[in-house]
Design a protein around this ligand. Structure first.
Ligand code: PEP
Ligand code: MG
Length: 325
């Protein structure tokens, strides 16, 4: 297997019927650059900036943040990197930062909610990103956006930091793209308002599954209870893909399922053409894509979504076998 994946490392991921799929990886540490080179990932679709905070003994301030982002962008070269702003709270806590105990941390004061209420840290992070990116492209993405007003406010913060830098004559990124994660179900019914506001979106299926099924992703008892390969989830994903295509907004999927061949097969069938995944998934997903007839798969999956079955895993498995994927 390993040897086979190495062989296709630099092969573009194109389906048998000619659809090009961009394969990116999820990352969070400097070390990941090496992994990117080894796996042939085309960029980083999700850089989890909270990792630096979680492995650090104290709060990384402006300089340390800037240095990390610079090294990541230097290492990535021409390959795009999407930096997600701090996704703290919930199950991600920092030993050196005082955080209130919450009854329901997954539903609590976390991620962009913290960033908007206590903007000092988010602004410092945006400043670090802008400084690190001077003269090159910068992609910033906000986590856990639940309403489009939150996205507007977060984007305003980027604009404020840009003006701050401009007034001081500091060089800005050559191109700035600001996006949102789609991982709160509320956004599913406001995509028509959200998509024109964002430069890109990325579907966080880990949290989207958690919130759609009201099932704690950290509780092992829930592991096999809710299947992402089920009509509710597939309809949710299909509606995002369709809305994004109609509005001309680039959209990717960056949850763990993007790295599992059968789930990735479904994502490709639904029309997603950018997948960001744990690096271990890249070889097997690429192999799947090279053997996949996207349009035939798309027609079959669309039909299946009308099913009254709770899970479609077995049907999808048979379909993949039938299509020789
Ligand atoms: C997600 O929720 O799917 C995601 C990619 O983000 P995280 O796993 O960091 O919450
Ligand atoms: Mg998430």
């Amino acid at each position: 297997r390993r040897a086979e994946f190495t062989k296709i490392k630099d092969t573009a991921a194109v389906t048998k019927d000619g659809h090009r799929i961009t394969l990116l990886m999820n990352a969070g540490l400097e070390f990941d650059i090496e992994i990117m080179n080894e796996t042939g990932a085309e960029g980083i679709g999700l850089f989890r900036t909270e990792f630096q905070f979680m492995v650090s003994e104290d709060l990384p301030r402006l300089k340390r943040q800037t240095e990390l982002y610079e090294r990541i962008m230097d290492g990535a070269g021409d390959r795009p990197v999407t930096f997600r702003t701090l996704d703290l709270g919930g199950d991600k806590i920092l030993p050196y930062m005082e955080m209130e105990r919450e009854e329901n941390p997954a539903l609590g004061w976390r991620a962009i909610r913290m960033g908007l209420d206590r903007p000092a840290l988010l602004r410092m992070q945006i400043r670090a990103l802008l400084t690190a990116a001077r003269g090159r492209e910068l992609r910033i993405m906000f986590p856990m956006v639940a309403s489009i007003d939150e996205f507007r406010q977060a984007r305003d913060m980027v604009d404020i930091e840009c003006s701050w830098a401009r007034r001081r004559g500091r060089p800005l990124p050559s191109l700035l793209r600001v996006g949102a994660m789609i991982e709160c179900p509320s956004l599913l019914w406001h995509l028509d308002a959200l998509l024109p506001l964002v430069d890109f979106a990325s579907v966080g299926t880990n949290d989207l599954t958690q919130y759609l099924f009201a099932a704690d992703r950290t509780n092992p008892r829930m592991n096999d209870r809710y299947d992402p390969l089920s009509p509710p989830m597939l309809r949710a994903l299909a509606s995002i893909q369709k809305a994004a295509e109609e509005s001309g907004t680039p959209v990717s999927v960056c949850g763990e399922i993007a790295g599992r061949p059968l789930e990735a097969f479904v994502l490709v069938a639904l029309g997603f053409n950018r997948l960001s995944m744990p690096p271990a998934g890249l070889g097997q997903v690429k192999r799947m894509i090279l053997s996949c007839d996207r349009e035939a798969a798309g027609r079959a999956i669309t039909k299946m979504m009308g099913s009254s079955n709770g899970s479609l895993r077995n049907e999808i498995l048979s379909l993949a076998r039938k299509l020789n994927v």
